[in-house]
Design a protein around this ligand. Structure first.
Ligand SMILES: [Cu+2]
Length: 544
């Protein structure tokens, strides 16, 4: 298991004593390497400093995280701190061709990220889906105040899935007009803390101690269930937001989601136990040994102690995490809505026989000018969503407006939707569309109670809708997209342009970023096509 890196801990402790923010500096040389992560198949992957997995990043609330990136790939790259709001630093969000141009091959670029939110996050590539090929690692920001539940030790559990083919090769099949859509399913392997889930390192428990397990699902397509039979989990955090402690038997995490749960060790070391990590997708055919894939590791109280096992329980009797039942610890009241966006996730076959995914009428495609640059340079016109180009699916919000998103998913695929720059209030789930099984029990409408939980990635299950709300209090351009990379690459994304008038007054794009774009011939001003006004000549055509 990953423990806090000693060096980072010392820096953080010192900064606490002195009451000063520390600068946590990492040098990341992003490059290709050949690895066999499943234990069977060597393939090209993307790592950092010649390593995969590469170490998680640790900071303490108030620190500044400095990541000096060198790009050793043959394609542009960028990195995104998933869940970090980037308040006042929208240009550090790392969304490729949205808030920055990519870092070109051979060049360096420095991210300065204010670690002003405690919690469990992750940092991943956000250019050409490089996260799927390995460019991803957890980010833990320790709180300076005591947690809601006291605990003795932090344990990080990162979960990933791994494909034997590179993402670009899988996408070639998805977007090939000659291959029937969808192509045959892939059955990825599960990784726990970066290694094959069958070979995971034991988690050591000392009798009577309390552990905060930080569980991160960095997978690009599939879900994980995580449990420690014989122990209960008290959820205290979802996606960086503290919750009122809530007891469950296990955690169910969609792609991009995180939970922290406090586990109290038993009083004796008479037995060891097992933990379970199950990689699954309910839209991939059930195939024994392939989907789901069951992984087990050891909870070791005493080396050599007998392992206490439990009869396989009926999954329905097991209480899994459910964010509609969580309550935000800070008791933020329900936001009152100014603007409602109601969208239906769908896929459409276009005239070129290619199937693309749609959230808002047209599949998303980045414009020629990253929309953050348009928001900075279009003056008053930046408040008009048309200037960003139709494929940017830009929606302008005024400062302080509250948006409600109602996302319908009348299909057999679950989706995990992520918004940059914010955490949503999750307020309601209910039925959408007609499930294929006429005998299936009806899907109930379920609403939050008391204080809605907030999180940055919510799941819209198959044949459900989800309702979420957020306040436009963070000037910038923020992507809202499916965190399942195949869907994202098929166009399942939109952008929110938030308070561009305020953005223009309060923030300045670093010159180094503009220079980096100019060296690649990427225009950094004007509308989505790099022109003035509403002239969008030069943008690629919208698919028919
Ligand atoms: Cu999706």
């Amino acid at each position: 298991m990953y423990r806090a890196l000693l060096g980072a801990t010392i820096v953080a402790a010192t900064s606490l004593l002195l009451g000063q923010a520390a600068r946590i500096v990492h040098d990341w040389d992003i490059g290709y390497l050949t690895v066999s992560r499943d234990g069977y198949t060597a393939r090209r992957a993307i790592g950092v400093n010649g390593q995969l997995p590469f170490p998680p990043v640790y900071a303490t609330k108030g620190d500044v995280l400095v990541i000096n990136v060198h790009n050793s790939l043959d394609l542009p790259t960028s990195i995104h701190a998933h869940g970090i709001f980037q308040k006042g630093t929208s240009y550090m969000d790392g969304a490729g061709q949205i808030t920055q141009c990519g870092i070109p091959p051979g060049e360096n670029y420095t991210y300065e990220i204010n670690a002003d939110q405690a919690g469990t996050y992750w940092i991943h590539g956000h250019y050409n889906h490089q996260n799927v090929d390995g460019l991803r690692t957890p980010l833990v920001i320790y709180d300076t105040e005591p947690a809601v539940l006291d605990y003795d030790e932090d344990i990080l559990v990162s979960l990933e899935e791994w494909y034997v083919n590179e993402f670009k090769d899988r996408m070639k099949e998805v977007l090939n007009p000659l291959i029937p859509f969808p192509p045959p399913p892939s059955f990825p392997y599960g990784l726990i803390n970066g290694i094959n889930g069958n070979n995971s390192t034991p988690i050591t428990f000392v009798p009577g101690r309390k552990y905060r397990l930080r569980v991160v699902n960095m997978a690009s397509t599939e879900w994980f269930k995580f449990s420690l039979p014989g122990h209960q989990l008290q959820i205290i955090e979802a996606d960086g937001i503290d919750s009122v402690p809530h007891t469950v038997d296990g955690l169910d995490l969609g792609p991009g989601q995180r939970y922290s749960a406090v586990v109290t060790a038993h009083d004796t070391d008479a037995y060891n136990y097992q933990y379970n990590a199950t990689l699954y997708a309910n839209f991939v055919p059930f195939l024994p040994g392939m989907n789901p894939r069951y992984y087990q590791g050891l909870i070791e109280y005493k080396p050599g102690a007998p392992v206490k096992t439990f009869a396989q329980t009926d999954d329905r009797l097991f209480v899994w995490s459910d964010d509609i039942l969580l309550k935000a610890l800070d008791r933020q009241p329900l936001l009152s809505v100014d603007k409602t966006f109601e969208w239906t996730i769908s896929s459409k076959k276009y005239s070129n026989n290619i199937t693309l995914a749609v959230l808002d009428e047209i599949p998303f495609q980045p414009p020629l000018v990253p929309p953050l640059f348009s928001a900075f340079t279009m003056g008053d016109l930046a408040l008009n969503s048309s200037v960003y180009g139709p494929q940017t699916r830009a929606h302008v919000l005024r400062l302080g407006e509250v948006a409600e998103l109602i996302v319908h998913n009348p299909s057999i695929l679950d989706h995990a939707m992520h918004l940059h720059g914010h955490a949503f209030q999750v307020t309601e789930y209910g039925p959408s569309g007609v499930p294929p099984d006429p005998n299936a029990p009806p899907i109930p409408v379920r609403r939050f109670s008391d204080w809605p939980m907030r999180r940055d990635t919510f799941v819209v299950p198959a044949f459900h809708y989800a309702k979420v709300r957020f306040c436009a209090d963070n000037p910038g351009v923020w992507m809202f997209h499916c965190h399942m990379d195949v869907h994202f690459a098929m166009g399942l994304a939109i952008t929110f342009v938030e308070a561009p008038d305020v953005l223009q007054r309060q923030q300045t794009i670093p010159q180094a970023l503009l220079d980096m774009c100019h060296r690649q011939g990427i225009v950094t001003s004007g509308n989505g096509a790099g022109n003035s006004g509403f002239n969008l000549t030069g943008l690629p055509p919208i698919p028919n």
